[in-house]
Design a protein. Structure first.
Lengths: 195, 133
């Protein structure tokens, strides 16, 4: 910058003055991105990529007293059903129990997969929080859960009568989720039109 | 009497299927060192789904343990690691992998470094030329 060494006198300084604002603009862009991330955090829910695809083949042994286990064949009998992934040790599963009973009362058949559970705990859970299930299968090592693309409990899958997964509900079913699930079950009655 | 006998039987059976019981392969290496190396390399590129900043090789979460067992079991059965990875991606999407494939969503990620390098070359050339003058 020692005088006389400026390459193009006249054009140079005006050009440089405009460039002076560039770092501030860059800072503004970074600030906007940071604020956006701060106030609108990204959705970190892991959704299954199996929606629209057939259920994987599985056969789970029974775990609840007086109820059969679950196999994928149960979901290919023509009528849509719910597959509820739950566990007796899971607190949100207690929160969704009344909504499952509501769905059961509305005539929806519900099968369940108990993740890493014991017969005694499942029996106590069903006695205490109500029993909406047609069958309960035991998945001690989360094998079916992994095959379904499920990443936690509770999760609920709407499966149509041909064994195609139509909808995944992640987390506990709240009272205002019930109409959406009933709608998805009704839509699952008409074959082909997945999603 | 019968009821208490049943309760006692359940009490005895409980530890066998205790909630925290993980499959042995969650924390046991495979006998074959080459297979273990392959399984380990794959585990390091798979995301733990309940602790999303960690790979399943690094996580002590139950679900990461189940996934490690799954990876080891399949690799031990002779399945190539790539097939195991594809199996998980078919279920959880690309998100489960720390090694993202080139797709429309990840293209900027792959192209941005090349673009920045090109800009750097142009800027460097400009400043070298100025110095020479």
């Amino acid at each position: 910058m020692s005088g006389g060494r400026d390459p193009a006198p006249g054009a140079g300084p005006r050009h440089a003055r405009w460039l002076l604002w560039l770092p501030l603009c860059a800072f503004g862009v970074v600030l906007a991105v940071v604020l956006w991330g701060l106030f609108l955090p990204a959705d970190r829910t892991v959704y299954s990529a199996m929606v629209g695809k057939p259920l994987p083949a599985f056969t789970l042994p029974a775990i609840a007293p007086g109820k059969p286990g679950v196999t994928d064949a149960d979901f290919r009998r023509g009528a849509p059903r719910l597959l509820n992934v739950f566990a007796s040790w899971c607190v949100p599963c207690v929160a969704e129990a009344p909504q499952l009973l509501t769905l059961r009362a509305a005539g929806v058949p519900i099968d369940a997969v108990a993740i890493k559970d014991t017969p005694a705990d499942v029996a106590a859970f069903l006695q205490r929080h109500g029993d909406p299930y047609a069958s309960v299968g035991s998945d001690p090592h989360s094998r079916l859960q992994l095959a379904l693309g499920s990443s936690g409990v509770p999760e609920t899958f709407v499966v149509d009568g041909q064994g195609i997964i139509r909808l995944q509900h992640v987390g506990d079913i709240r009272a205002d989720d019930v109409p959406r699930l009933l709608q998805a079950l009704a839509a699952a009655r008409t074959p082909g039109a997945a999603r | 009497m019968r009821r208490s006998a049943a309760a006692f039987a359940l009490l005895l059976a409980a530890p066998a299927v205790a909630q925290t019981a993980l499959p042995p392969l969650a924390y046991t290496q495979l006998r074959d060192p080459e297979q273990e190396r392959q399984a380990r390399a794959l585990m390091e590129t798979l995301r733990c789904l309940v602790c999303q900043g960690q790979s399943i090789a690094d996580s002590d979460a139950d679900m990461a343990g189940e996934m490690r067992a799954l990876v080891r079991q399949r690799v031990a059965a002779g399945e190539p690691p790539r097939a195991v990875r594809d199996w998980l991606i078919a279920r959880y999407g690309d998100y489960v992998s720390y090694d993202p494939p080139v797709s429309r969503a990840t293209l900027p990620l792959w192209l941005a470094p090349l673009l920045l390098l090109a800009i750097g070359v142009v800027v460097a050339r400009g400043s070298f030329r100025r110095r020479r003058r």
